[in-house]
Design a protein around this ligand. Structure first.
Ligand code: GLC
Ligand code: CA
Length: 560
């Protein structure tokens, strides 16, 4: 297995709109990020992933790009970007950008041209289809954000495909020119010196010919079988890798939508020369059965262990994945997986201890390092995210849920939870902006904020710092061979990892009461590396008593 910088690195994702506003317009920007680079470096992260910063009408906050070569004016200028890149590198960190290549904005010149007429030279940049016999959409495909995935173009009388909002028409990758356009844009940024790309919904770029109807099997399965993993996908990924990525010291992190343990190898195994790594959805969508705002299941630790194991086994020594428990598309990690009522700090620290010791690249999301929590939006007017808004509108028609329940579901699962402004201090708007921010600030900024945690050696923030620094110095965290202990125990997650002569023992208590774990090691050979409590109780030198949500990493010494 090759040990490269991007495998060992910790990725810190920034959602620029919500990170830090430098000019008081209520919107985060690039200067705001530059001002916080020392803070980011202080976390001991290695790679910054910026969510899209390109020109966009912001129907989906930048995931609808209208010009791949320019910076969104709200975020700053190209000069600001160049400075950000330089300053990031100066601090020994890398920078990757978000490549949104499955679709662009309907305000991109390509689409503005394409919709004009059937023989426009850009027509074939998109997917068009004649109406069905009844004049409706050509097939039953649903958009990820509700409603049909097809929209009628009044001018030409044909429908175009949009797997996301109707302002995000899907690009036609069959068209060689489309691919070359995207590769050129990638080269433009790589030539500037960026270190790679996070690839937005990249498994969706190859569409099934003839656009066959999706079977009635639940949205998750439809994604896997109908939208993702299309017939030419691997050819495109190989081409993109060969023509672009491999020519730079850069890497690709794919959003693994629709990827499962059976086909992951096709994407990330080294000899395939396609992608360097991906993050899957099994943990991110844990408890979400088929899609947001639908059925959910309760938390089940054994199930979570199985998922981690399944992916570990699936990639083996051949491939690589990144591990995440949250990002800009999901509710806050501590609110979902932790216990914010009673063991807020403990659970926030324990969760990252778990994630940090899973094989793979660690991927953390802005604000999780201070344990930011979900927000309560009081009325639909406070909701900003297009996915939630579309759901709310659609629900008004279908009347599946009451309006109160719909808002409740949005509060539980909606993406705005992750998009509230970063809470820098206890001043107005949490120090994010002097102006009312574009999205509501979580009122708990008075108690949960960077400033306060910076000063507190026992804070979540300082725990992250210690943990990530320790990870940097211990390859075993990242690459170690896993040995599960207590696998069938639904309350604790216990494992050993070894790499050469380095061994760690990780113990995590997911319960709200003490849990006893028998040690098969000589206690004298164990040294505490990480502990989210001030101490650990060991009884009779043979049994650890873990307190609620206690998480401990021991280093084990082999005494000859
Ligand atoms: C990805 C992004 C999400 C976006 C969607 C469409 O899932 O993470 O934020 O809305 O793709 O680009
Ligand atoms: Ca601003």
């Amino acid at each position: 297995m090759s040990l490269t910088w991007f495998k060992k690195g910790t990725i810190y994702q920034i959602y620029p709109r919500s990170f830090n506003d430098s000019n008081g317009d209520g919107i985060g920007d690039i200067r705001g990020i530059i001002d916080k680079l020392d803070y980011i470096a202080s976390l001991h992260v290695d790679i910054i992933w910026l969510s899209p910063i390109f020109n966009s009408p912001n129907d989906d906050n930048g995931y609808d790009i209208s010009n791949y070569y320019s910076i969104m004016p709200e975020f700053g200028s190209m000069q600001d970007f160049d400075e950000l890149l330089e300053q990031t590198h100066k601090r020994g960190m890398k920078l990757i950008l978000d490549l949104v290549a499955n679709h662009c904005s309907d305000e991109h010149m390509w689409f503005e041209e394409a919709k004009k007429s059937k023989d426009n030279s850009y027509r074939d940049y998109f997917h068009w289809s004649k109406p069905a016999k009844n004049g409706g959409p050509p097939n039953n495909w649903k958009s990820f954000f509700g409603g049909s995935a097809w929209e009628l173009c009044e001018i030409t009388g044909e429908y175009y495909l949009h797997l996301f909002t109707k302002k995000q028409p899907d690009l036609n990758w069959e068209n060689h020119s489309v691919r070359e356009e995207i590769y050129d844009a990638m080269r433009f940024w790589l030539d500037k010196g960026i270190d790679g790309f996070r690839m937005d919904v990249i498994p969706l770029i190859s569409k099934r010919p003839g656009y066959p109807d999706a079977p009635d099997v639940g949205f998750r399965k439809i994604i896997e079988d109908v939208y993702a993993n299309g017939p030419n996908l691997h050819a495109y990924l190989k081409e993109m890798n060969e023509k672009v990525i491999t020519n730079y010291d850069a890497f690709s992190l794919a959003e693994g939508v629709g990827i499962n343990e059976k086909n992951v190898g096709l994407y990330v195994n080294k000899d395939r020369k396609e992608l360097d790594m991906l993050y899957h959805f099994d943990i991110l969508e844990f408890t979400i059965v088929n899609g947001k705002f639908e059925e959910i299941t309760s938390f089940d630790l054994i199930q979570m262990k199985r998922i981690f194991k399944k992916w570990r086994d699936a990639v083996g020594n051949q491939g690589w994945i990144a591990n995440a428990m949250g990002n800009h598309d999901f509710a806050r990690m501590v609110s979902r997986f932790g216990n914010v009522e009673k063991y807020y700090q403990e659970s926030a620290k324990m969760l990252i201890t778990m994630l940090c010791t899973q094989n793979g690249t660690l991927n953390i999301y802005q604000g999780d390092e201070i344990g930011m929590t979900n927000i309560v939006l009081e009325t639909i007017d406070e909701v900003r995210d297009v996915q939630s808004l579309n759901f709310y509108e659609e629900n008004k028609k279908t009347k599946r849920y009451s309006e109160e329940l719909a808002l409740q579901l949005i509060n539980n699962e909606g993406r705005d939870n992750a998009r509230t402004p970063i809470q820098w201090n206890d001043e107005i708007n949490g120090g994010f902006s002097i102006q009312t921010p574009w999205i509501k600030t979580n009122p708990n900024y008075k108690t949960i904020n960077v400033k306060k945690q910076d000063d507190d050696p026992n804070s979540i923030l300082n725990f992250y710092r210690t943990l990530l620094k320790t990870r940097k110095n211990h390859d075993v965290f990242v690459y170690g061979e896993f040995e599960e202990l207590e696998f069938d125990n639904p309350k604790v997650y216990v494992y050993k990892k070894r790499l050469g002569s380095d061994i760690i023992l990780v113990m995590l208590n997911f319960n709200t009461i003490n849990e006893a774990i028998k040690l098969d090691d000589n206690v004298d050979t164990l040294e505490i590396l990480i502990n989210n409590y001030p101490d650990i109780e060991i009884k009779n030198r043979t049994t650890c008593i873990l307190k609620p949500y206690q998480g401990v990493i021991f280093k084990k010494y082999i005494i000859e």
